[in-house]
Design a protein around this ligand. Structure first.
Ligand code: F0G
Length: 462
């Protein structure tokens, strides 16, 4: 492997800077691990040259691009390129036409949560089935611009699927480190099909991350985890697109699942920046929901007020967020403080019930995404969210990412899963059984099927 050129940014007109979130030092490049060379904290991208944009002009340019056939405009990420770091040549961006995801109304879920109305922005409708694509198009494009041949990530499955796809599209190789036995088949199969070198390690996500940190120090591979701030810049666009679809009228609450904390940090950064440049007039409250068994951020906020990370030994059947030591915890804590949002945790049973309820609205999502609805129910009960508030859940992954979870739930054996000992003993969610719809083995005769149909009809009308 040859070392790629390190000083690319010197030659281009550069309107963004990399800055340490803790000591404020400005760095010319992210080094190998996107950490500050002085204090070791994470870097973020800032735009010192950002004049106060003319909001009206930009809103109209972004809308016009919706009818353009240029690849840059067809991407729901690069359509907002004025709010992203500058590539030397926009046409070199690696894009799969990501973003442009739907905003759905969820009437049944609204009733289940005690809300008058409820909306969900479905980031699982991205090309590889998760929100990761919006960040990957940006970070993978910068990797290729800098001449990297290899990109790498540690993952619970979605980052790896997305990275593998964008690397292949961009003519790069990719290395994936995943925790053995804790990545759903759907996600694992994606990374294989997209051509990644996929290593299953006998450790959790946090252990995979530690191994990867050592690899990037020794080999010329470009780190594509969400500590890479270019990822977060792309992920910002989900919030920008959401506000555009709401005619720039901010909702009262946005509710997001929390794992490694990259997504909440990105969405919060977008909200704060949109307010700063005058695209919106007030900030929605951004709240974070975690599984009880992987609640590092909840404990960090409750026990230290967001000043010191409380790591946990993560365990949850929502494997996407089975993370005990979230890398972007400090960025997320700042977002919670800036927007006035809160944190909440939910049990395995509450996640499973919420997932089935989102499915019953004809939408569906993967388990990690369903924590948002489960958490909302609690926030409504606590009075933090009022029944008439305008609330948007961010659904992060597609239903088909984890079919095993769904089948086990409907067959009734999910919460007895041996991989998560003890979790089934936690609080059961009322109404759980009513949502279960196991497949029914029936004789191959019309009479038998009609009997089932009639029973189902009686059951529904009862
Ligand atoms: N939802 C899904 C479906 C995810 O895949 C993830 C994270 C999250 C929520 C949490 O987002 O980490 O930005 O706080 N998945 C990562 C991965 C860790 O490797 O795919 P976060």
């Amino acid at each position: 492997m040859t070392e790629p050129g390190a000083s690319v940014s010197k030659t281009r007109e550069n309107i963004s800077q990399l800055r340490c979130i803790e000591c404020g030092a400005v760095r010319e490049n992210g080094g190998r691990n996107f950490r500050c060379a002085s204090c070791g904290d994470l870097l973020e991208i800032v735009y010192p040259g950002w004049e106060r944009l003319d909001p009206a002009t930009h809103k109209s340019i972004w809308l016009q691009r919706r009818t353009s056939r240029l690849p840059m405009d067809e991407s729901g990420v690069w359509r907002f390129r004025e709010l992203l770091p500058t590539l030397r040549d926009w046409n070199t961006a690696i894009t799969l036409k990501e973003g442009n995801t739907p905003l759905y109304e969820l009437p049944r879920c609204a009733r289940a949560a005690g809300m008058q109305q409820l909306f969900a922005k479905h980031q699982g409708m991205n090309p590889t089935g998760s929100f990761k694509d919006t960040g990957m198009t940006v970070a993978a494009s910068f990797a290729r611009e800098q001449g990297f041949r290899w990109v790498a990530c540690a993952s619970t499955g979605n980052t790896s699927a997305s990275m593998a796809a964008y690397a292949s599209r961009g003519g790069m190789r990719s290395l994936v480190l995943i925790p053995e036995g804790h990545v759903s088949w759907g996600k694992l199969s994606q990374s294989l099909d997209y051509g990644a070198v996929t290593c299953q390690l006998k450790t959790g996500f946090d252990g995979c991350m530690q191994v990867l940190n050592q690899i990037v120090e020794r080999m010329p591979v470009y780190l594509l985890n969400s500590i890479n701030p270019y990822r977060l810049e792309g992920q910002k666009t989900a919030a920008i697109e959401l506000l555009e679809s709401l005619n720039w009228d901010p909702p009262d609450h946005i509710i997001v699942p929390g794992g490694n904390m990259g997504n909440s940090s990105a969405l919060g950064k977008a909200l704060v920046e949109m307010k700063e440049v005058g695209l919106i007039s007030r900030l929605p409250k951004l709240s974070l929901i975690q599984a009880e068994g992987a609640n590092a951020m909840v404990r960090t906020m409750r026990e230290t007020g967001g000043r010191k990370l409380v790591s946990v030994d993560a365990e949850t059947l929502a494997t996407a967020i089975r993370i005990g030591s979230p890398a972007s915890w400090k960025k997320a804590a700042r977002v919670l403080q800036a927007t006035g949002g809160t944190v909440e945790q939910v049990s395995e049973a509450e996640i499973a019930l919420a997932k089935a309820e989102i499915g019953a609205d004809g939408i569906g999502c993967e388990p990690a995404s369903a924590v948002t609805l489960a958490g909302l129910k609690k926030l409504v009960k606590q009075g933090f969210v009022k029944s008439g508030d305008h609330v948007v859940l961010i659904l992060t992954g597609h239903l088909l990412k984890d079919p095993e979870f769904t089948l086990k739930f409907h067959r009734g054996d999910l919460l007895e899963d041996q991989r998560a000992p003890g979790l089934h003993a936690k609080q059961r969610a009322p109404g759980l059984h009513a949502q279960q719809r196991a497949p029914i083995a029936v004789d191959a005769s019309a009479d038998s099927v009609i009997r089932i149909l009639e029973q189902a009809e009686t059951h529904t009308s009862a």
